[in-house]
Design a protein around this ligand. Structure first.
Ligand SMILES: Cc1cc2nc3c(=O)[nH]c(=O)nc-3n(C[C@H](O)[C@H](O)[C@H](O)COP(=O)(O)OP(=O)(O)OC[C@H]3O[C@@H](n4cnc5c(N)ncnc54)[C@H](O)[C@@H]3O)c2cc1C
Length: 393
């Protein structure tokens, strides 16, 4: 008896979403080929590992889901394959993980990003997944029953994810949302004096607020403006204001652990024998960069009036006038509109063609959420294709 021919699946792009999809597809049912433009898959994944490969985050799932925009889109995806599932999966392929002090999850100490990538590629090899490198897709129909696009976003073009695919989808009537930088640096016109004192210095244990969303973390003052986890996490709020008004306001709380009233009491009890600057340094433990920020962005009168100074310490407004270059952003929003796909990532207008990963229009902060989002989409699509029996007519 002849065995039925396998269903051919072409996955275009070889990033985390594609690799997880290929790792989970049923190789009895499918003949899978990844087509990757570069000479090897996973270049952006390796770049992401440069400062420590932050695979995901350990916070409870309900909280985790809220980090995504839109979170309603991600809820079923993350329920299908959660942060805990990802950790277990890595463990099962020989990559144990550990949770850092920030609750972020990394491969265990000593395991290099390339070893993580190789462990994933070993799974693919064992499943006979073909990887065709040096294949630059330019809009042609693939010789396959099912095509999955996993071409990535539009930052860090050097890694291969250059967003040059938009015209091919536009030509088929598919809505493309223009790319914008996310998780990027933001431009602030700092006073020169502040830069000479604080450029390159971190502001630790602060919180930032914009449009009623508050994020704790760390930022760095730079010549350009500001970067770091706390401001990256406010990207949706900042982008909204920049798009609407050309500028955005972010309030920085330099002492989140103290209430305004406690702060006023403390400032009022400053002995007259000491200066306010010394007092802030010794009693409030404000760092050099925090002091520079306060002194350069408040009037002398406010600085010397406890109520006014406390208000500035708790809510110092910073005006953001732009975002950093898209190519330097950690991720992008924009790309294929979510309205163009069904709940299984299939394009309404192109049956048997699916889209996953950062090429879809969604947003999440750094901290492992971007990789988790891409891995989970690959996983969920594989589960769906493994279960669905026929290719659509
Ligand atoms: C500097 C940096 C640091 C990051 N740090 C983190 C982090 O710590 N944690 C985190 O969660 N995320 C991080 N990210 C984000 C994360 O790496 C991405 O969100 C993720 O890689 C997206 O996966 P993807 O599968 O959608 O696409 P990508 O990883 O972008 O892969 C897409 C692939 O498609 C290929 N391709 C593109 N066009 C074509 C074409 N026409 N033909 C064939 N192939 C094509 C590309 O070469 C690429 O290999 C970081 C990103 C950067 C740039």
């Amino acid at each position: 008896m002849n065995t039925p021919a396998k269903i051919k699946i072409a996955i275009i792009g070889g990033g985390p979403s594609a690799l997880m999809l290929a790792a989970r597809l049923d190789n009895i049912k499918f003949d899978v080929t990844i087509y990757e433009k570069n000479s090897a898959p996973g270049r952006k994944f390796l770049v992401a590992g440069d400062g420590g490969l932050n695979l995901t985050h350990s916070e409870p799932l309900e909280q985790f889901i809220k980090r995504y925009t839109p979170s309603s889109f991600f809820k079923p995806i993350l329920h299908a394959f959660s942060n805990k599932d990802l950790q277990e999966w890595f463990n099962a392929i020989g990559i144990p993980t550990f949770t850092g002090t920030s609750k972020r999850i990394f491969p265990q100490k000593g395991i290099k990003p390339i070893e993580v990538l190789n462990a994933i590629l070993k799974v693919l090899k064992d499943k006979n997944v073909n990887i065709q490198t040096g294949y630059n897709w330019r809009g042609e129909e693939m010789d396959a029953d099912i095509t999955v696009f996993a071409l990535g976003g539009a930052s860090w073009k050097i890694t291969g994810s250059d967003g040059s695919w938009t015209s091919y989808f536009k030509n088929k009537g598919i809505e493309i949302i223009p790319f914008q930088a996310s998780n990027c640096s933001y431009k602030i016109n700092w006073p020169k004096n502040l830069l000479s004192l604080a450029a390159g210095l971190p502001l630790k244990n602060i919180s930032l607020k914009s449009l009623n969303t508050r994020k704790e973390g760390e930022v760095v003052i730079t010549e350009f403006g500001m970067e770091g986890s706390a401001i990256y996490a406010l990207s949706p709020q900042i982008r909204q204001q920049l798009n609407e008004h050309g500028k955005a306001i972010v309030y920085i709380d330099l002492k989140p652990s103290l209430s305004s009233s406690a702060l006023i009491e403390l400032l009022k009890s400053k002995p007259s024998s000491t200066t306010m600057t010394k007092y802030l340094d010794n009693v409030l433990n404000l760092s050099k960069s925090q002091l520079a920020l306060l002194k350069n962005l408040t009037t002398k009168e406010d600085f010397l009036t406890p109520e006014n100074l406390a208000a500035k310490i708790k809510e110092l407004p910073l005006e953001i006038i732009g975002s950093g270059p898209i190519d330097e952003a950690i991720s992008t929003v924009g790309g294929i509109s979510l309205s163009e796909i069904d709940t299984n990532f299939q394009l309404h207008k192109l049956p048997n063609q699916y889209v996953i990963g950062e090429m879809l229009d969604w947003d999440a902060p750094t901290g492992g959420y971007l990789l988790q989002g891409s891995f989970s989409m690959g996983y969920k699509l594989a589960e769906y294709l493994n279960k669905s029996t026929v290719v659509n007519p």
